[in-house]
Structure formats: structure tokens, C-alpha cells
Design a protein around this ligand. Structure first.
Ligand code: COA
Ligand code: ZN
Length: 303
């Protein structure tokens, strides 16, 4: 069994983009640093999107030069289009996360494109990134259900994943954007994806809207997936996907993985400090379920 799991904390992007309170650049950097200090292997630090569409993500470019390179963290940023790619590249981003769509309704609501237009642009971005030496992650959004078009055909997700892996993306992330999936659906789709492409380049991104986030992580683990997005203190949600609530909380996922014998490289004490900071900074982070139990347990363990 491969017992090492790579976690990307998407709180500074998926989390903060949807908060009523807009954090300053300094506050965003403090949160990112707290996550790096906790040993997160990946952190999605922000997005390069229209500041009119998502005011909370304005100024992501200014954060990039201030990220600590010494930490060994893989910092990534979300981009919706070629302009976002160019801004990210010029700011010094080394890993971009581009978005694909499993439904026309979501493509329209998020970026005012069709699925095919978004895929064509994604293919163009990929070819630029190859020249520029930038890593490319492709996330397939609404992979289980779309708030506009209803249930997603798993075949559409499998086709998109296969197509972009063949085109050469470094990673495909299956995103349950509104947190509608159940573990049975996750097991079935991830087993199919692993049999098509292997597990190495496959990641999953779950929201905890229906309290099945951790169960869905477990279902994907059972299929062999070893890369997960999660969000500190359960922050999260997409402003353009009605009903999307917070991501599965990083502290919940890490606690489950560590207790099952997986290795994450994450320090739980430091992770809870990052979670407390996320709650203080936003005032609205739901906080994971694990923290209430973990804090006294860690204190006792420390003696
Ligand atoms: N970053 C910053 N500004 C951008 C941009 C980007 N990636 N892409 C376009 N813009 C600017 C344009 O320059 C233009 O500016 P102007 O009004 O000053 O001339 C404006 O945004 C509108 O551009 P247009 O190409 O007509 O796009 P649109 O109005 O159809 O909006 C997006 C498309 C993608 C820019 C916008 O919907 C967006 O940023 N969405 C963000 C989606 C998101 O973050 N979702 C959550 C994560 S999945
Ligand atoms: Zn999300």
C-alpha cells in the first residue's frame, strides 16, 4: 500500500474567495505562512480572476514574490482563462490550476464560456505552460452534480480526464464543487478513473455540504487516490455555484489519515494553530469537526 498522501490546502483560494470579509494581503500571507509552517505539501494561494467577479482574490500577484521558497511547499494558483495564465506566469507562479467543466450550466456561470471553449483555452494554456516550464493541474468542476444542470454523467468526467492527461497535464483533480457526491458515487467514478489512467496523477476535491466530505475522501482512498484538496477550518465555497458550502476541513482529513496509518507530513499542532487563525481572520470559518477532540488529545500527548 502507498501510505503517503499529498494534501493541498485550498483555503487561501477556495476558502477566502467566498467570505463576506475581504482579507488584506498581509492577512492572506499570514494564513499561507501558518499552513506552510504546518507542513502542508501543497497550498493554493489565490486566483488570477477578474477582481470585479471575485473582489477577495484581487492582488494575488503581489503575494507570490513574498511566499517563502525555502519551505518546499508547492504553491499553486487558479486561473480561469489565458489572461489569468499570463498574469500568474508574470507574477512568478510555478503551478497553475485551470478549470474544466462537466456541465454547460457551470461553464456559463463561472467563466461565461461553453465546455468546448473552456477546453480549447485549457489546451492553449497547457501548451504555453509546457514552453514556460510551469506545472499544470486541471480540475474538472461539478464532476458529480451541477447546481444548474443536475446530475453529471460520469462518462463526461472520464472523457475530460483522459483527454487532458493525454494532452500532458501534470494532474487531474475531480471536483465535487457543490458537495453533492456520496461515497458510493465517489468509489465508482474514482475506480473508473484509476482503471483508465492509474492513480498517480489523480486528485480529489470535496466539499462538506452534506457532511459526506470525509467519507468521500475515504472512498477515493479505497480506489487508490493519494492526492486531496482540503481547506483549513472548512472554509470554502464557490460564489458562482449556488449551494456550495465549505470544503472538507484539512484538520478532519489529516486526523483521519494519520489515525489510519497514512503519512501526510503535516504537524497537527501547527495545523490547529492555522485553523484557529483562519477562524479569527474570517470570523465565519465553520471549523472542522476534529478540532474539539484533537486539541485536548494533543495537549495530553504533549504531557
Ligand atoms: N484576471 C483579471 N482580469 C480579467 C481576467 C483575469 N483572468 N480575465 C478577464 N479579465 C478582465 C478583462 O480584462 C475585462 O476587464 P475590463 O472590464 O476592465 O475591460 C473584464 O475582466 C471582463 O473580461 P471578459 O473577457 O469580457 O470576461 P467576462 O466578463 O465574460 O468574465 C471571467 C469572465 C473569467 C474574467 C470572470 O467571469 C471571472 O473572473 N470569473 C472568476 C470565476 C471564479 O473565480 N470562480 C471561482 C473559482 S472556480
Ligand atoms: Zn471547491
Amino acid at each position: 500500500m502507498n501510505d503517503s498522501v499529498f494534501i493541498t490546502d485550498v483555503g487561501p483560494r477556495d476558502g477566502l474567495q467566498n467570505q463576506p470579509k475581504i482579507l488584506t494581503a498581509g492577512e492572506r500571507l499570514d494564513l499561507i505562512s501558518a499552513l506552510a509552517d504546518a507542513g502542508l505539501p501543497g497550498i493554493e494561494v489565490g486566483s488570477f480572476v477578474s477582481p470585479k467577479a471575485v473582489p477577495a482574490m484581487a492582488g494575488t500577484g503581489e503575494l507570490i514574490p513574498q511566499l517563502s521558497a525555502a519551505s518546499g511547499v508547492q504553491y499553486s494558483a487558479l486561473i480561469p482563462n489565458m489572461k489569468g495564465y499570463e498574469l500568474a506566469r508574470d507574477a512568478g507562479v510555478r503551478s497553475v490550476n485551470m478549470v474544466l467543466y462537466a456541465s454547460e450550466g457551470m461553464a456559463r456561470a463561472n467563466v461565461n464560456m461553453t465546455i468546448a471553449e473552456a477546453e480549447n483555452i485549457a489546451a492553449d494554456i497547457l501548451s504555453c505552460a509546457r514552453t514556460d516550464g510551469i506545472e499544470v493541474i486541471a480540475a474538472v468542476s461539478v464532476a458529480f452534480e451541477c447546481p444548474f444542470d443536475g446530475a453529471t454523467d460520469p462518462g463526461v468526467v472520464r472523457d475530460a480526464a483522459q483527454k487532458f492527461l493525454q494532452l500532458g497535464v501534470d494532474q487531474i483533480v475531480i471536483a465535487d464543487t457543490i458537495g453533492a457526491a456520496n461515497p458510493q458515487q465517489v468509489r465508482s467514478l474514482t475506480a473508473g478513473l484509476v482503471s483508465d489512467n492509474g492513480a498517480e496523477k489523480l486528485g480529489c476535491h470535496f466539499h462538506d455540504t452534506r457532511a459526506m466530505g470525509v467519507a468521500n475522501v475515504f472512498a477515493a482512498l479505497e480506489s487508490g487516490v493519494r492526492r486531496f484538496d482540503a481547506s483549513i477550518a472548512g472554509l470554502g465555497g464557490c460564489p458562482f455555484a449556488p449551494g456550495a458550502s465549505g470544503n472538507v476541513a484539512t484538520e478532519d482529513v489529516v486526523m483521519m489519515l494519520e489515525q489510519m496509518g497514512f503519512t501526510t507530513g503535516i504537524d497537527l499542532d501547527a495545523l490547529l494553530r492555522a485553523s484557529d487563525l483562519a477562524e479569527t481572520l474570517t470570523g465565519t470559518a465553520p471549523g472542522g469537526r476534529a478540532k474539539a477532540w484533537l486539541k485536548p488529545w494533543l495537549a495530553k500527548r504533549a504531557g
